[in-house]
Design a protein around this ligand. Structure first.
Ligand SMILES: NC(=O)c1ccc[n+]([C@@H]2O[C@H](COP(=O)([O-])OP(=O)(O)OC[C@H]3O[C@@H](n4cnc5c(N)ncnc54)[C@H](O)[C@@H]3O)[C@@H](O)[C@H]2O)c1
Ligand SMILES: N[C@H](CO)Cc1c[nH]c[nH+]1
Ligand SMILES: [Zn+2]
Length: 427
């Protein structure tokens, strides 16, 4: 993991170069994704089964998880883990209940009644990643806000494992969170099946959930035909560390994100060169003891970096340019620094709020904007599962009092039928 000293003038260039690397990867992936999505849209099941065979290495007869498989999954998961899932579920549901918006109406007592009706989306697809690891936590994070919003039908899709099954904890978590159906379709073909439906699956109205670059680009490609939540691609962490930070903690937190994906990005930004060197050697030392060596080596060597800046203001300049998925502030008085953050998916304060606390347990959602998209988007939340309709009521007298304004406006736009629709009610 390289250590690089950067000045204020370098920050924009360094961050833009990092984000541009993503764009280059994306161009190659986009061509592949386009072909997969279009083939599933055209050929339905036949294409789905063919991609499951080609990309996931499994010949399936049925990609729906059956009741027998659900029952069997419950026999495979330890009671202690079920208990943990229940606690996490409670924390996540409680946090998300606070996000629920209500419909509202105004009544001016003069015959005008306006409002905003809030309704859940009816049918939602949840992508749960499962290529390199299974993510039961992501199941909870994506289904629970949908259920809090009142979504009627939640269809989960996740890659099939080599033996033709789905990870049992994923199934148990999906069942506990209220999934209506679980499909064994990963990657871009999973996204296409949800977006356009197949002979066995009705299409959904919106697709949520993180995944690798193929999944993230497929979501972007189907957007418009269905809704999507946000671009949640390979994981990222940026740790801001001042001279009081603990190098062991910082290194451990960098590795915790790096282990997700070869393309995961783990960055430390520090004001202290000596700490940077300590973090670097700690990463090397700790990495040797971990599983997933191949992924760790690649992500740490290619995507990881430790930047040394001259002061905390420069550190926040860097952060706001990067807009990382996860930001950790391992600095003195982190609460005082919080207001300097303009763009980040989730912000972890202090030495004892490591990012995995948020991944599994605290309650806020772990599906977060990546690749700089935190500059304009927010964590997955109940609001992603709700839509709004405007409500308008005028009585006869109220309409009569504004008819001339509307008629003149319609004249101005040359829209006679608009004018007539008002006039006809009175003349
Ligand atoms: N942002 C979040 O909240 C969050 C949460 C969990 C995981 N993640 C991220 O999700 C990702 C999970 O990735 P993953 O790979 O483990 O699982 P995944 O389910 O996202 O992707 C696996 C699928 O990708 C497809 N695929 C793989 N190589 C392909 C190729 N060359 N061409 C076409 N399709 C291909 C396969 O069909 C496979 O089923 C990681 O990047 C991790 O960082 C993010
Ligand atoms: N850190 C991931 C989001 O980038 C979420 C996750 C799930 N399980 C473990 N981690
Ligand atoms: Zn994680």
């Amino acid at each position: 993991m390289k250590v690089e000293q950067i000045s204020r003038e370098d920050i924009e260039r360094v961050v833009k170069k990092r984000l541009a690397r993503n764009q280059e990867n994306n161009q190659i992936i986009d061509e592949r994704v386009e072909a997969i999505v279009n083939n599933v849209r055209k050929d339905g099941n036949q294409a789905v089964y063919q991609y499951i065979k080609q990309l996931d290495g499994v010949e399936l007869d049925d990609y729906k998880v059956s009741q027998e498989e659900i029952d069997y999954a419950f026999t495979q998961v330890d009671e202690s883990l079920v208990q943990i899932l229940k606690e996490a579920k409670e924390n996540i549901a409680n946090y998300h209940k606070l996000q629920k918006e209500q419909s509202w109406y105004t009544n001016d007592q003069q015959g005008v009644w306006l409002g905003q009706q809030v309704r859940p989306i009816e049918r939602v697809g949840v992508y749960v990643p499962g290529g390199k690891a299974a993510y039961p936590s992501t199941v909870l994070m994506n289904i629970l806000p949908a259920k809090v919003a009142g979504v009627e039908q939640v269809i989960v899709t996740t890659p099939v494992q080599r033996d033709g099954s789905v990870n049992p904890t994923t199934i148990v978590a999906a069942y506990m969170a209220g999934a209506d159906e679980i499909l064994k379709i990963g990657g871009a073909h999973g996204i296409a099946a949800l977006a356009y439906g197949t002979e066995n699956v009705s299409s959904v109205h919106k697709i949520v959930g993180p995944g690798n670059a193929y999944v993230a680009r497929a979501k972007k490609y189907v957007f418009g035909d269905v809704g999507i939540d946000l671009i949640a691609g390979p994981s990222e962490v940026c740790v801001v560390a001042d001279d009081e930070a603990n190098a062991n903690f910082v290194a451990a937190d960098l590795l915790a994100q790096a282990e997700h994906d070869e393309l995961a990005s783990a960055i430390a930004v520090t004001t202290n060169k000596q700490l940077a060197d300590e973090i670097q050697s700690e990463v090397d030392r700790q990495m040797k003891k971990l599983n997933r060596q191949e992924i760790l080596q690649q992500s740490i060597n290619n995507e990881g970096a430790i930047y040394v800046v001259s002061d905390l203001n420069d550190a926040f300049e860097f952060v706001n340019e990067l807009a990382p998925e996860h930001l950790e502030l391992q600095v003195r008085n982190p609460f005082e620094q919080l207001e300097k953050v303009k763009s980040a998916g989730a912000i972890f304060l202090g030495d004892y709020s490591p990012e995995p606390l948020g991944d599994y347990f605290a309650g806020p959602n772990h599906t977060l904007p990546t690749s700089g998209t935190a500059k304009f988007s927010s964590p997955l939340g109940v609001y992603d599962f709700m839509k709004k309709s405007s409500v308008i009521y005028y009585n006869e007298q109220a309409l009569s009092s504004v008819r001339s304004q509307i008629e003149q406006f319609a004249d101005e736009e040359g829209l006679d039928a608009h004018k007539e629709s008002v006039r006809i009610r009175f003349d």
